[in-house]
Design a protein. Structure first.
Length: 318
């Protein structure tokens, strides 16, 4: 039997970690970014997080404000920096990097929906290694979508170029493992899967928060296996609150003495403390970059250079 004294200190450690994350002091930073529209604000913190140097920003936008337009953009087979997307899209209010991609091909590896059209698809056929080199694993990735009624949802999503719509489950989907390179949504049994009719959406993974509870589905999504969810990195996280606000969180990292970054668990707790009902991790590390009115928030970890990415999430002000 495990020593009860040990269990007690483990419990206290967990509680202290969550308490520390919850005590982050955020300061409104609107005036740092010029004129901002109603229903949109920016916050900054330079507090320590669990004893480590920490620096982060988050933007919060009212989904019900019809003067704010939530959209996406892709560069179709190439990559652009966030600043290039800013210029390409007539200077939107917010530009932030979205899902994961291949450095070799510049291909999006995750879903992107713009104006109701699927522009990019999740990759569902990951080749296995070692003794299982002739088999494939088929994960579903987490995604955030906004429908025509300006309602947000985070779900686990399946896409295929042969389908008009993405399909979604409101619970994590265990990946199939077989010898087929191509798989179909009908092969997944035991899940309540429905068409996901979104006007705007981006995918990434893993999901961090579901129904107000921390639920990190890295095992189901085959992302950050083992202890990687505890690693400290720059992060891009998106979620929505119960009162219909979109929150985009950017955590600076790999900046010694100033910003260590954050773990996925810490990001989940931060989003929960900010009032999110659901939250999703997007591509982080050197890709993490958010512009507000064209001005950078965090310092990109690639020596301050904005990494070129094939897709972004946008907020425009009419």
């Amino acid at each position: 039997m495990m020593n009860t004294r040990f269990l007690y200190f483990v419990f206290i450690g967990i509680c202290m970690s969550q308490f520390a994350a919850g005590q982050i002091s955020w300061q409104i930073a609107d005036t740092d970014f010029g004129l901002l529209p109603a229903g949109f604000h920016v916050y900054k913190t330079a507090d320590s997080l669990d004893g480590r140097p920490f620096l982060a920003y988050y933007a919060i936008a009212d989904l019900k404000n019809k003067k704010l337009v939530f959209s996406t953009d892709t560069s179709m087979g190439r990559r652009l920096s966030p600043r290039e997307y800013y210029q390409k899209n007539n200077n939107p209010l917010l530009v932030v990097n979205a899902g994961f991609f291949s450095f070799n091909t510049n291909q999006n590896l995750n879903l992107v929906i713009k104006d109701g059209k699927l522009l990019s698809y999740n990759i569902h056929n990951l080749a296995a290694k070692g003794k299982d080199t002739l088999t494939f694993r088929h994960p579903w990735n987490g995604a955030l979508g906004i429908n025509n009624h300006r309602e947000a949802d985070i779900a686990w999503v399946f896409t295929d170029s042969g389908y008009r719509w993405a399909y979604a489950s409101q619970q994590p989907v265990k990946p199939l493992h077989d010898s087929m390179a191509v798989i179909h949504v009908k092969q997944y049994k035991g899940y309540d899967i429905k068409k996901w009719k979104m006007k705007t959406a981006v995918a990434g993974g893993p999901v961090l928060l579901q129904n107000g509870q921390i639920l990190i589905s890295n095992d189901e999504e085959l992302k950050f296996s083992g202890k990687a969810k505890y690693d400290f990195h720059p992060r891009t996280v998106i979620g929505y609150t119960y009162d219909h606000k979109i929150i985009v969180l950017l955590v600076e990292g790999r900046h010694k003495g100033i910003a260590d970054g954050a773990s996925l668990i810490q990001c989940a707790q931060i989003m929960k403390d900010l009032g999110c009902a659901e939250a999703l991790n997007l591509d982080g590390g050197g890709s993490s970059c958010m512009l507000i009115n064209g001005k950078e928030t965090i310092w990109p970890s690639d020596k301050g250079l904005q990494r070129k990415v094939p897709a972004v999430f946008l907020i425009e002000a009419r």
